[in-house]
Write a protein that binds this ligand. Sequence first.
Ligand code: HEC
Length: 213
Amino acid sequence: MLRWLFAVTVLAGQGFERDLQPIFRTHCYGCHAAAVKMGSLDVETHEGLMRGGNQGPIIVPGKAGESRLYLTLTGALEPFMPMGGKRLGLSELEIVKRWIEAGARPDPGGLVWRGRVMAAGWGGEIRVLDETGRVVRKISAHVGTVRGVWLSADGRLAGASGGGVARVYEVATGIEVKASEIEFEAGLVALSPDGRRRAVLAEDGSVRIYEHE
Ligand code: HEC
């Protein structure tokens, strides 16, 4: 039997890669991708989308009606997007809206548990958590979207992989260090070192911890 130790609300949202990327790929990449950034906007990755363009952020998490991303798609705000193209279908607009309303979250990028710390991949970050699931440090991973995370046995070093790159950081300082022969874990469930508890990375970025009774 597993007992749920820490209760966290999990909102059912839209997945960035599953639901949003196909829409942007079809309608936007021609002008807003890593290679062509019109208006300095790159909608290819979650980080790019959250960074926004020349006029700053285009998303207010939780509020589609205040997000320039959504308003330029409905035509409520100039310039209309996709520029020179056809308005997105109603179901596509609804997907963008629901994703923003649910918090404009990235897709979870892995979870590991070593010693008394955990590391979770979240968008472009490595989030380091203590044994209660509380975030104690956020490290910019500089690997694009984090696909897998790693922790040294003593919990002092944390790493992330993504976009064909892997980087390792000192947890205490967030400074990058060189490390080799590391196995990155991409699963969203991690077992505590003593094997008695299990942590699950939820889609709101929090970590739920369960204990065997
Ligand atoms: C044909 C090229 C083209 C396409 C396709 C296009 N855009 Fe744009 N977009 C632009 C240009 C150019 C700008 C900069 C406009 C400006 O600065 O006045 C821009 C600016 C923006 C902005 C910033 C507006 C602001 O107020 O800061 C958003 C948001 C945006 N685009 C979203 C999108 C989305 C989402 C798509 C796909 C559904 C898309 N665009 C498709 C050319 C395009």
